[in-house]
Design a binder for this molecule. Structure first.
Ligand SMILES: CC(C)(COP(=O)(O)OP(=O)(O)OC[C@H]1O[C@@H](n2cnc3c(N)ncnc32)[C@H](O)[C@@H]1OP(=O)(O)O)[C@@H](O)C(=O)NCCC(=O)NCCS
Length: 380
């Protein structure tokens, strides 16, 4: 078989396009957004600044940031009709599906959303309208499905503080809580051609619109091999329950060749560049709360997975513990990932639309050989 027709399962190792948005340095375990190291961004920037970076390719100056913050805070409310639709939707749905429903509704409600009109200005306008609404949508779709009262966004709070406030319906206990959520949003914001981002680019490449690309990306992120892993990690830690049970639990999984959630990565084979910061910041809150057992269990799992299988934790592993310590409901962990990753998806949709060619790979046919149709009455 010629090289051209050899399939690469999972597109492993395939370079699908050029990008300016982010760069993963696998050997050095480093990740850059538009040239900025994530450690630098976490230490010195707010999530609003990183969002601006994703939308414009540059960090904002003081004036640009103030303008962005004003627009972002102003656009946080959901249309009443969307809230009513959510209230009338069955309550047993998956939280990611309420998000998709919300994004699809907002695409319909945006009367500027015309097929084929995907200029930079139009995409930016849509992004500025949609991104601020996602935290409100995440928090309130959860509250509606759990018969809890709605919570309105607090326009005086920063993006992260308001998001934490709406998810829990109470004020942050200290600055560290807000910083921990903010760091996770920055770390989750972008990661090159991962499955959901690639999905968003495929949809954008047909010259479909921004909302359709985001909705499809949410569908891709929902899966437990991608964003859904952070929830599975917490369920696993809760099932283990105490540090003395961790080793036996993991050895049993390894013996049964079961996937251990929060471990492994298509690109990082020697460790995920984002894990260190998230673990350290999570530990700080755990110590402050006197609740270190989740990190103790995690340390046992990590040690054995690395020693026995050479497989390292990915960001979902420490993020799950961080969100648990923040008292965030487990069903919201993957929706939080959406609130962050929509900024990266937006950068990629803009990039795709700016220099587009429809994404259309080929397949290696391995089905039946050529045959002719038997008349229906003579088919067995
Ligand atoms: C992320 C993931 C989907 C990457 O998949 P991939 O690039 O196709 O990796 P592979 O399946 O080729 O992994 C290579 C080997 O490591 C094993 N492996 C990978 N991740 C593993 C995990 N979490 N637990 C146990 N074994 C794992 C695979 O079974 C495979 O073993 P084999 O060669 O004996 O068949 C995969 O590591 C995974 O399912 N992880 C758990 C889910 C998760 O945490 N997802 C979040 C990703 S950020």
């Amino acid at each position: 078989m010629s090289e051209k027709f050899k399939a690469k399962k999972g597109l492993d190792g395939i370079i699908a396009d050029d990008t300016h948005v982010s760069h993963v340095e696998v050997e050095e375990k480093r990740l850059h957004y538009f040239g900025y190291d994530i450690n630098d961004l976490c230490a010195n920037c707010s999530f609003e600044e990183v969002t601006y970076l994703m939308l414009h390719g540059e960090l904002p100056n003081w004036m640009q940031l103030k303008d962005y913050q004003q627009v972002e805070a102003h656009n946080r409310n959901l249309p009443t009709e969307l809230v009513e639709i959510l209230q009338r939707t069955p309550k047993y749905g998956h939280p990611m599906d309420y998000l998709k429903l919300g994004v699809d509704y907002l695409g319909i409600a945006d009367d500027h959303n015309k097929v084929g009109e995907n200029s930079l200005a139009i995409n930016l306008r849509k992004a500025l309208w949609l991104i601020p609404k996602l935290p409100t949508l995440v928090a309130n779709s959860y509250r509606i499905t759990h018969d809890m009262p709605l919570v309105l966004p607090d326009h005086s709070k920063s993006f992260s503080e308001n998001f934490l406030y709406m998810m829990r319906g109470k004020e942050a206990e200290n600055e560290l809580e807000i910083k921990l959520l903010e760091a996770s949003l920055i770390l989750y914001a972008e990661h090159s051609f991962n499955a959901s981002t690639f999905t968003s680019r495929v949809v954008a490449s047909t010259l479909s619109d921004y909302y359709s690309a985001i909705s499809a990306a949410i569908g891709a992120l929902k899966g437990p091999l991608h964003g859904g892993a952070n929830e599975q990690v917490m369920h696993m830690l809760l099932e283990i329950g105490s540090v003395d049970k961790a080793e036996a639990f993991l050895r049993d999984k390894i013996a049964n060749k079961a996937k251990v959630m929060g471990f492994g990565h298509r690109i990082y084979r020697k460790g995920d560049s984002r894990v260190g910061i998230m673990t350290e910041m999570g530990k700080e809150l755990a110590e402050k709360k006197g609740l270190t057992k989740w990190h103790d269990i995690s340390a046992v799992l990590e040690k054995i997975m690395v020693e026995e299988k050479g497989i390292f934790p990915n960001l979902d592993f420490p993020a799950a513990t961080a969100y648990y310590l923040l008292d965030i409901p487990i069903e919201l962990y993957t929706p939080i990932f959406v609130v962050a990753r929509i900024t990266g998806w937006t950068a990629h949709i803009i990039e795709q639309h700016e220099d587009n060619r429809i994404i259309r790979p080929e397949a290696n046919y391995i089905g039946p050989a050529k045959r002719t149709v038997n008349p229906l009455k003579s088919r067995k």
